[in-house]
Design a protein around this ligand. Structure first.
Ligand code: FO1
Length: 309
């Protein structure tokens, strides 16, 4: 019986989490997901990364868009625009049900963890999806255009502003959830999914106590590079690496994980970087990390389980 904890953010994390969900039993996998991208839109609490992983594992995600639900329509959004709402954050009609339900439950005093359990159960997701904290934590991006919340940087400004630094508002006061801590205490494998190290994984590690648990973990911890051939598969990871002065490569990413993981997986395209990354003190494996098909996702998950057996 394995007990794997996968740390995930958006699309890259969701893909590998799906791969694991197809190889591990429900009680063998816990996915701890970033909630610092959460924000309020049209009066509703939206948890993009929780929803992306949840919809992906439920098999109902909108694969083309990389977020939201398949077979979606945007009639409500169209009406909101007609009323003059500042509607730059697109919420689909079916996706709205998730945000209405979550906001209503939270208004009744339920936690993000409780909402997640209710939604995943309703969607038939049997593996455990957990926020790292139920408290508010918000990614604020310091740019040459001033400081802005994550979604304003990512969606409204299409990641164009130059990033100077990234902070997690509220991180000092937020607490790791009992469920997340328990999963970290009894795991036998920790996986950093190929998510953005600065925007998806750093906010999870910023929850007080989280980084320390990971650093003192003596078991197997594996990170998968989200940068392949100097590019991000999706999202602004490469641009941010460059703007924060790091190498835009698997090596540049590996440097972010020193002390956090003992194994680093890079794509075949980056095989020449193996030695350099090993000199950081990590064991390096080279395999196909780009996940296009469902088979790719399963294969990468199985590869990680095999090298960690
Ligand atoms: N990303 C966009 O690029 N444009 C959008 O309008 C947008 C809306 C949206 C609504 C719900 C949701 O769960 C995600 C949404 N995303 C959108 C993606 C979101 O900004 C990112 O998935 C994460 O915050 C970063 O991974």
């Amino acid at each position: 019986m394995r007990s794997v904890v996968a740390l995930a953010g958006g699309v890259g994390g969701a893909k590998l989490a799906l791969g694991f969900s197809q190889t591990l039993d429900p009680d063998e996998l816990t996915v701890i997901i970033n909630t610092a991208d959460d924000d309020r839109f049209y009066g509703l609490h939206v948890s993009p990364d929780l929803d992306t992983v949840m919809y992906t594992l439920a098999g109902v995600s909108n694969v083309e868009m990389g977020w939201g639900l398949q077979d979606e329509s945007f009639r409500v959004l169209g009406k909101l625009k007609e009323y003059g709402a500042d509607a730059w954050f697109n919420l689909g009609d079916l996706d709205l049900a998730t945000h209405l339900f979550r906001t209503q439950m939270m208004d009744e005093g339920k936690t993000l963890t409780e909402v997640c359990a209710k939604l995943t159960e309703a969607l038939g997701v049997r593996h455990k999806l957990l926020p790292a904290t139920d408290d508010s934590i918000r990614t604020m991006v310091q740019t040459d255009d001033g400081i802005m919340p994550f979604q304003e940087y990512f969606v409204k400004n299409r990641c164009e502003p130059i990033v100077k630094s990234i902070d997690f508002e509220g991180s000092q006061n937020c607490r790791i959830t009992k469920e997340a801590k328990e999963s970290l205490m009894d795991m036998d494998l920790l996986v950093f999914c190929p998510s953005n190290p600065f925007l998806s994984l750093a906010p999870i590690l910023a929850v007080p106590g989280f980084r320390k648990i990971v650093q003192s973990y003596s078991g197997k911890s594996v990170a998968v590079s989200p940068i392949v051939g100097g590019k991000a598969i999706k999202g602004p990871a490469a641009k941010i690496l460059k703007e924060l002065g790091h190498d835009v490569s698997s090596l540049g990413v590996a440097r972010q994980y020193v002390g956090l993981c003992n194994t680093f997986i890079i794509d075949e395209i980056d095989a020449s970087m193996k030695q350099n990354i090993e000199s950081l003190g990590m064991e390096v494996f080279v395999t196909k990390t780009v996940m296009e098909t469902n088979q790719d996702k399963k294969q990468l998950a199985e590869f990680i389980l095999d090298i960690s057996a």
